[in-house]
Structures are given as structure tokens and as C-alpha cells.
Design a protein around this ligand. Sequence first.
Ligand SMILES: Cc1ncc(COP(=O)(O)O)c(C=O)c1O
Length: 446
Amino acid sequence: MEALSYLENVESNARTYAQTFQRLFVSGKGMRIRDASGQEYLDCLSNAGTLALGHNPPEVRDAVMAFLGSDHLQQALDLATPAKHAFVQELFSMLPAKMREASKILFCGPSGSDAVEAAIKLARHYTRRSPLMAFHGGYHGMTAGALSAMGKLSPKSGDGLIAQGTHFLPFPYRFRCPFGTAGEHTDQLSIDYIRTVLSDPEGGVAKPAAVIVEVVQGEGGCIPASAQWLRALREITLEQDILMIVDEVQTGLGRTGTTFAIEHAGIVPDILVLSKAIGGGYPLAVVVYAEHLDTWGPGMHAGTFRGNQVAMVAGVATMQQIRRDNLVANAARMGELLQSGLRDIARRFACMGDIRGRGLMIGVEITRPAANQRAGQADGALAHAIKLNCFDNGLMMETGGRHGAVLRFLPPLSITEAEVGMVLDRFEHALAKTHETRPHLTREAV
Ligand SMILES: Cc1ncc(COP(=O)(O)O)c(C=O)c1O
């Protein structure tokens, strides 16, 4: 049986991207990938934001090949190795100065979810408190603890999966302000609300071990929190003696135009969760946390594959290339270019309700424009149709956010100006094609 139909027959219905992009993908270089028919796609998925340098970057491949051909341990539990030494030194050299000085690192099972589990566990252990606070729209992974902090209900709708003990707070989603304002007061209202919840002795909400937050919500629809909001949240957690866990699984290592997204606000969290890009395209996840929290004992968060040496080698090569080629600055610059190109296209297509993001983490919320309504209704079906037309037109991206209405651009940090232009061309072409069957998409028709 042909490979694609064989896989479609035997693979689970729970698979995701493979259901949308039904091709056999055979090669990748930079941000271009090819399917078995030879069709090329510009990849704005980047393995869900993992591939900082795109597919098969030569320097990373050379480092990995040299390592594979050596007698170094290829898997090493959490034993000390030269690869680990080099990785920790390189990663620490990239951390904000205040974190570099007095932090500990724990290698986790190699997924973002497992590192989130470790972060929650550490916070609970240290504070001796169990409740957790998380945000509407938050995404932290699919294991039980991480899932308990997820805003989206559908993945945990089965009996018993909605864990108790997590209190959800309103994220400053200005376009759809949870307080019903036009967005300009959203940050302040969110902070006031959080402060009230945490300080009201009759508010019915127990003091949590930690608040877990993304600086830019990724899967939740590419929603950036402002620097002021984050600083205010940090102040509250310090005042109230609650740990702050910042989940930079997706934003870490340059994606938002600074090496870590916390740098936009200049805050230092108690616990930082990292995965995706740090492994240079291979599975790796860590938590970096303030030294004084290191009160747990050996084995309190273990796992067989914590010692993914190949990922450490690839991670070092990736970090070195990011630094050498100024790719963090490139992400900031290309992100601005992409956002401004999208704003230009939005003048012609009314369905592009909101364009937002930071660096190369950009979302376009697709809406059904309505008179007398600032933010039209989120239109997931339309976003899906546009995504499929993008794919037909050689552009791969994902959707996320409420009702799947946000088209998400996550190209590699190494994207060039010419590639940004191609992404914009293909995107506009796909919008025009979608428009042929849905004329209400254009500005003129509103
Ligand atoms: C912010 C954030 N946290 C955690 C995770 C979970 O990581 P993983 O899928 O590797 O378990 C993700 C995955 O997309 C994420 O975006």
C-alpha cells in the first residue's frame, strides 16, 4: 500500500497536522519543504515553532553527524557529559544576567509538557501549597498537570480529565477584552481583578503555589501580554509570595525578537520553562529556576530520556548560530516586515479582524465583520478554508485560538526579506482564492 494511505489507515484519529496536510513530506531545507509529488511549501509551522533555523541547517547537521560518529554517550540519563557541560554553559550565557547568576537547571523528559509538570511539582513542593493559577487561553501541554492549566476545554472534556485545583484568570486579550471594554483598559482591569482574587479573604479562592503564564499565548491565538501587564503580574506574585512560572516553551530563544520573551518586560520569574528551539530541532526540555527553590530531593522529577545528548549538541550549534548571525534581531526585523505586509493586505480583506504578535510569532484573527461591532465574530471555518488554500498555494501554517480562528505565522528566525515577500504573496493569493467563493471577505463589501 502506498505510504500515505497506509499511514492514514493505521494512525490514530487523534493526530492533528497530518489530517490537515494530507501529503507525504520527503525533504526540507531552510523554510522550504517538499512533498512526494515535488510540490514545494514555505513552512510557517516550523515544527510548531521548534525550528529556529528551519529544516536541516548545515551547521547543526555537521555537529550532529560528528557527534553520532564519535564514541560519546548518545543517551546518558542525567549523567554528566561534555555535551551537557557545553549545553548548560551555552544556555546560561544566553539567559538574562540576573538569572545567570543564581539559577539551577533540571533536564526533564524531552517534551515541553514534562518540563511544565516539573515546574508545577517544584512550586507545589517548595510552597507546600497545591492550587495553581493559570490563564484563559493558556496552553502548557498535554500531560495531566499541564492539561489542568490549559484554558481550552475540548482536550480535557472526558470524564475526570478536568483537574480540580486550577483557578483561571483573564488574560489581557485586548481584541476580545474579557471585561467588555474596547481594549485600552484591558491590562489594568485584568491586573485589578487578579489582585482582588488574590487578596480578598472572602473571595473563595485559595492561595496558589504558583501562577503559570505565557508571555505571548501561542496555541491560545498568538496573544501578546504587554510589558506593563507582565511587570504588574510579577509585582503581585512577589507581594503575595506566590511563585511565577513563565512558560517560554514556544517563545524562548529568539522567537519574539528578544532572546527570551521575559526580556520585553525585564522581569525575572521564579521558574522558567524551556523546550522546542533549545534542542536545535531535537527533543529537549528544561526548567531553570531560582537557586533557593532547589529544596527537592533526588528523583523527585526523573525520566529515562532526560539525557538526550544529540539534542544538547544540536542545541549548542543552534544557539551559536543564532548569536553569530544575529538571528534574534532578524526575528524582530522580519516580524515587523511581516506584520506590516499583513496590515497592508488587511486593507483589502475585511476578514482579517486583528493582526498581532511579537517578532516571528504572528497571528491573524479571522472574523466575520459585523456592523456596530468592534471585533467581529471569530470565524474558524473561514480560517480553516484560508489555511487549506494557503497550503494549495505552497504555504503551510497552523490555526489556533478561540474556535481555531487565528492563522498563525511561525517561520524560522532565519527567514529572509525575500521569503517574507513570498509568504505575503502566497497568503494574499490564498485569501483572494477563498474570496472567490465568499465575496463578503473584501473591504468593499463591508
Ligand atoms: C507554551 C507551551 N507550553 C508547553 C507546550 C507543550 O510542549 P510539548 O508539545 O513539547 O509537550 C507547548 C506546545 O506547543 C507550548 O506552546
